[in-house]
Design a protein around this ligand. Structure first.
Ligand code: NMX
Ligand code: MLT
Length: 393
């Protein structure tokens, strides 16, 4: 977008009453410097189509979101060292995690964990706090797994020299898995999920909280709460749970299952999108990875059949604007194959990734936009409904 676009006053939308109570669908509210989403080609980070970035290291993509350019080799090395220097978790986090209810959802643990990092180590500087949080996420996530699963003995110390993903897998320290596969699946997962334009629910929620000058940590905890809903980030958990319930990759059985879910008025998780109008390239990239690493895995075969069958069935309902697979269709099968078998944790990986995009967008909104003054406090207008003026007397 050129600089003149926002400086010139121009009409963007003819707003009508038809736009009310539609969840702001398609209503332009601001500009975004990290990514944009087109209905047919999906998300682009700082101009690059996501499929061209999928195989890059997460650290380099975080750099891109913050600097708007990919790093050269020297910048890449320096940025890894910077993250390393920011990565140490402040004392006190583990004591808090030890008190949390084990039956609580991991997304609630994540939100509390992020709040706790803020209470223990926040420095009240948008950029510093955003980068510190990104650098501390792998250890936080690993500790959430360890404490919630009750595996608190012999947790390896945090090896800050490892890449972000390696720090998580080394904290998790699962036996009998292929760590190279797990690292690869998680690295790709992180890159694909880091950002998705300015208006997805969790990013919007995080930026709204930050607009009142709450800290990055509070804003991010709010964003994680938004992400935890099954229509948003938690669709990845729900999708893998129903793939397990299908229990077969036989096409007729899969179709029967999809129809049964719709008859029971349950959504077909992993399909549909508010903006996209073709298959999400993030889903296509994960299918490609699956074809390479686990083509014969039964869950992977099931989602391959679902990818064909569900759009056909959903297309029978003209109300559904996008019947294609979205980002959440394939991640569960890949994470499961890599050895991460408890679907309840899947949305925490989404959250881990999104901290980068939301963090970069908050830094932009608070310190760059409007000539560095920042976006004012969010305050959209709601129109009174079923309220007439009345008085007590
Ligand atoms: N299964 C069943 N019904 C659907 C689906 C689906 N996959 N997708 C859309 N619909 C329904 C939707 O509920 C709405 O019904 P109603 O008019 O009765 O309220 C109607 O079709 C029109 O919806 P759309 O305008 O096509 O989609 P909308 O923008 O409202 O919602 C989603 C987008 C993503 C919330 C919706 O497609 C959905 O619920 N999908 C399943 C859950 C899912 O996979 N979510 C993850 C999205 C990605 N993410 O990470 O956030
Ligand atoms: C996302 O990645 O946040 C989802 O695809 C939802 C969205 O963009 O609205």
């Amino acid at each position: 977008m050129d600089g003149d676009f926002v400086s010139e006053d121009r009409s963007l939308l003819n707003l009508t009453t038809g736009h009310l109570n539609t969840g702001l669908r398609g209503v332009p509210v601001g500009t975004c410097r990290t990514s944009f989403v087109t209905p047919e080609e999906g998300v682009h980070y700082c101009g690059y189509p996501i499929t061209e970035l999928a195989m890059l290291a997460p650290e380099d993509v975080v750099y891109l979101l913050f600097h708007k350019e990919l790093p050269n080799l020297e910048q890449s090395v320096e940025f890894r060292e910077e993250l390393q220097s920011r990565g140490a978790i402040p004392d006190g986090l583990e004591q808090v995690l030890a008190t949390l209810p084990r039956e609580g959802h991991p997304m609630d643990w994540l939100s509390i964990g992020i709040h706790t990092l803020g209470m223990l180590g926040g420095v009240d500087d948008w950029r510093e706090d955003a980068l510190n949080l990104i650098a501390r996420m792998p250890r936080l996530l690993g500790l959430i797994f360890r404490y919630r699963e009750g595996r608190v003995a012999n947790i390896p110390s945090d090896d800050l020299t490892l890449p972000l993903v390696g720090r998580f897998t080394s904290t998790l320290d699962l036996k009998g898995i292929d760590k190279a596969i797990m690292n690869r699946v998680l690295s790709t997962y992180l890159v694909l999920h880091m950002d998705h334009g300015g208006g997805n629910l969790s990013t919007f929620a995080g930026k709204a909280v930050a607009s009142g000058h709450a800290t990055i940590y509070s804003s991010m905890a709010g964003a994680m709460n938004a992400l935890s809903g099954p229509l948003h980030g938690r669709a990845n958990q729900s999708c893998f749970e129903f793939v397990k319930r299908i229990g077969t990759s036989e096409p007729a059985e899969v179709e029967r299952f999809v129809r049964g879910e719709l008859e029971a008025k349950r959504p077909i998780f992993g399909f549909g999108h508010a903006v996209l109008r073709s298959e999400d390239p993030r889903a296509s990239a994960q299918f490609e990875l699956g074809q390479e690493i686990c083509p014969d895995d039964e869950y992977f075969r099931t989602i391959c059949v679902l990818r064909e069958v569900a759009p056909m069935v959903l297309a029978e309902n003209p109300k559904i604007r996008n019947t294609n697979a979205n980002v959440d269709i394939a991640s569960g099968a890949l994470l499961n194959f890599a050895g991460l078998q408890d679907a309840e944790y899947y949305t925490t990986f989404f959250g881990w990734a999104r901290v980068a995009g939301i963090g970069a967008q908050i830094v932009d909104e608070r310190t760059v936009m409007r000539g560095g003054k920042g976006i004012p406090i969010y305050r959209p207008k709601y129109i009174a409904e079923e309220q007439t003026l009345r008085h007590l007397n």
